[in-house]
Ligand binder design. Structure first.
Ligand SMILES: Nc1ncnc2c1ncn2[C@@H]1O[C@H](COP(=O)(O)OP(=O)(O)O)[C@@H](O)[C@H]1O
Ligand SMILES: C[C@@](O)(CCOP(=O)(O)O)CC(=O)O
Ligand SMILES: [Mg+2]
Length: 329
């Protein structure tokens, strides 16, 4: 059995726009998904994932049936639940040249699901690493990033950037622009995260931005404007200018809001952070619900968020310089 882990991330700048070739800067954070993979004698896949839940389901059975209950959970729900793990297993089989390899998989994660902290990329990246190692193949972080990207692309119906998966595979702060992915130097940033307890559907939110961009030239300009913010942000990052980073994060949030991917609770948390004296705050990831990220070296933002209606949890996050890694074998 092999256990691998990979970190989640926050976007300092550039989510959504990165899908259209603009640059983005995600930073890995010290919250990990752990995936264990144990080869089976047959070609079946068994997945145990405690954090996955369905909001109710129907079971149909009768005395005369052959005993196998027919669980009526919508195919799309099941697919949303296990899609990334399934795609990771496919990548591991492909990398090892063992298309019929079976696995017992267990997923444990400190990253809330669908909340913009890159749980899908962490699970996919760790899954590919554990699966390939269990089959005796060792891939570089770059090779895992490439395969995890292909897996996300498939699950998200052809709509994904390389940002989340590259960041999760290599750790640290990274810059992604199209196919160009690289690690960058970043000062220790005082990240504070607010979580509304909710989630957004990455595929749907990306499709919404695509539709706006196709309908209105000004929406396409807004996406390009986010690219300009990222380029300014890179300079502020290199200079270690946290105040300017905060201003640019505020601007980035405004443009994401204009593109329709924020929500009332995300906006409430962003404003609570700003009122508490954070350098800046923005939603992170696909949006729709989930998390915001603020910069504040003091306790003020975390405390303020705890008393903010709509905020369920607030915590500090440290930059994780480690990417995907083996935990046990
Ligand atoms: N702990 C987990 N166990 C199993 N699957 C997970 C886990 N965490 C994330 N996933 C997968 O990732 C999906 C969420 O990914 P996504 O919508 O991209 O949000 P995000 O990447 O922002 O967290 C879940 O629906 C599930 O398929
Ligand atoms: C919206 C997007 O830019 C980031 C999505 O991040 P997350 O899955 O919400 O953590 C999509 C992508 O880059 O693939
Ligand atoms: Mg994701």
């Amino acid at each position: 059995m092999v256990v691998s882990s990979a970190p989640g991330k926050v976007y300092l700048f550039g989510e959504h726009a990165v899908v259209y070739g603009e640059p983005a800067v995600p930073c890995a954070i010290e919250r990990r998904a752990r995936v264990s993979a144990e080869a089976r004698d047959d070609d079946r896949i068994r997945v145990h994932a405690e954090d996955l839940s369905l909001n109710g389901f129907t079971v149909e059975y009768s005395d005369s049936s052959d005993g196998a209950p027919d669980v009526d959970a919508a195919e799309s729900l099941v697919q949303a639940g296990i899609g990334y793990i399934d795609a990771a297993v496919e990548q591991a089989r492909d990398a090892a040249g063992e298309p019929d390899a079976g696995f017992d998989i267990t997923v444990e994660s400190e990253i809330p699901l669908g909340a913009g902290l890159g749980s899908s990329a962490a699970v996919t990246t760790a899954g590919i690493d554990a699966g390939t190692r269990e089959l005796g193949v060792e891939l570089s972080a770059e090779e895992i990033a490439e395969r995890a990207y292909r897996a996300e692309l498939e699950v998200q119906n052809g709509e994904a950037s390389r940002a989340d998966t590259f960041c999760s595979a290599t750790g640290g702060a990274v810059r992604v622009e199209g196919d160009d992915c690289r690690g960058i130097d970043a000062p220790d940033l005082p990240f504070v995260i607010g979580f509304d307890g909710g989630a957004g559907d990455t595929g749907e939110l990306v499709a919404g931005v695509r539709a706006l961009r196709e309908e209105y030239d000004f929406a396409a300009d807004t996406v390009e404007g986010i690219g300009d913010i990222v380029r300014s942000g890179e300079r502020a990052l290199a200079a270690g200018d946290v105040e300017e980073l905060g201003d640019l994060m505020n601007f980035n949030h405004g443009l994401l809001e204009a593109l329709g991917v924020s929500s009332r609770s995300l906006d409430q948390m962003v404003w609570a952070a700003r009122d508490a004296g954070a350098y800046g705050a923005k939603l992170t990831g696909a949006g729709g619900g989930g998390c915001i990220v603020a910069l504040d070296p003091t306790e003020s933002t975390e405390t303020a968020l705890r008393y903010t209606p709509g905020c369920e949890d607030a915590f500090r996050a440290e930059l994780d310089t480690d990417g995907v890694r083996v935990e046990e074998r």
